[in-house]
Ligand binder design. Structure first.
Ligand SMILES: Nc1ncnc2c1ncn2[C@@H]1O[C@H](COP(=O)(O)OP(=O)(O)OP(=O)(O)O)[C@@H](O)[C@H]1O
Length: 253
């Protein structure tokens, strides 16, 4: 797994995406996609997962991504969409189990059940395991969706705004879980709107706007006032915190 670095050199899709730059999401680190609404973050993640019919030049672990059969590619690069869902009749436990069994159909093993329990525990969902999805709050539902991603153990985890509905405690829980996944060698690619969450956890960044990459590279080189002001069309102050990570404050439009 330590070799699962994702290299992207070109992605294009109609008028929506025209990436022509070397983007790297190194194995063992967290890469954060940043950009304003409509920048193309979700489209890029979906294009990489093979969900959007884009022209893609990319490699995973040194192998051409496009050479992977479609099902294998979707299993290798798991895309967790923005909040939403249509499995309301399932229980929390069933929903996470279903995610695993969609990947590995067949009889349930003890290992499957252990993986499901570990995913529920990682998201603090044990007490909700028997609840119907329809009865959950937005943030509880979002944690189930993340557990559905976790249980599959993909080579590349691609999460689209996974903290948008979460309280502060749960935001940190998710990002700290992503940090542990990255520390274990996994490739993590996550779209975030919260700049300070990004600043705290990003190792690398891809800054997108109007379907193009503006800047990409190590987080500290990307998360500057100059780059972020241009990206979001706001005035910002960026200071360095005691942990040497940037602290970003919006000053106005
Ligand atoms: N299925 C689609 N068909 C046509 N255009 C689409 C489709 N999905 C998205 N778009 C357009 O592509 C552009 C990029 O959208 P995308 O969802 O990738 O942006 P985003 O950066 O993820 O934005 P947000 O921060 O708002 O989630 C937008 O202009 C959007 O309207």
């Amino acid at each position: 797994m330590a070799t699962d670095t994702l290299w992207v050199s070109r992605v294009s899709l109609e008028q929506r995406l025209a990436i022509d730059a070397t983007l790297v999401a190194p194995a063992g680190s967290i890469t954060v996609l940043l950009g304003p609404n409509g920048a193309g973050k979700s489209t890029l993640l979906k294009a990489l997962a093979g969900i959007e019919p884009a022209r893609v030049q990319a490699s995973l672990g040194g192998h051409d991504l496009m050479a992977l059969p479609a099902a294998e590619r979707r299993a290798a690069l798991y895309y967790l969409p923005q909040l939403g869902g249509n499995q309301a009749a399932l229980s929390v436990h069933e929903a996470v189990l279903l995610s695993l069994k969609t990947l590995y159909p067949g009889r349930l093993s003890d290992e499957d059940l252990a993986r499901v329990m570990a995913a529920l525990a990682a998201m603090g969902l044990e007490a909700l395991a028997g609840r119907r999805l329809a009865s959950l709050s937005g943030g509880q539902y979002q944690r189930v969706a993340i557990a559905q991603a976790l249980v599959r153990r993909p080579r590349v985890l691609m999460l689209d705004e996974p903290t948008s509905a979460l309280d502060l405690h749960q935001q940190l829980r998710v990002l700290e879980w992503l940090r542990r996944e990255a520390d274990a060698g996994r490739t993590v690619l996550v779209a975030l709107h919260d700049l300070n969450l990004a600043a705290r956890f990003a190792d690398h960044c891809w800054l997108l706007k109007d379907g193009r990459c503006q800047v990409a590279g190590e987080a500290e080189a990307c998360l500057t006032a100059e780059h972020l002001e241009r990206l979001f069309a706001v005035r910002l102050a960026v200071e360095t915190g005691s942990d040497a990570r940037p602290r970003i404050q919006a000053l106005g439009l």
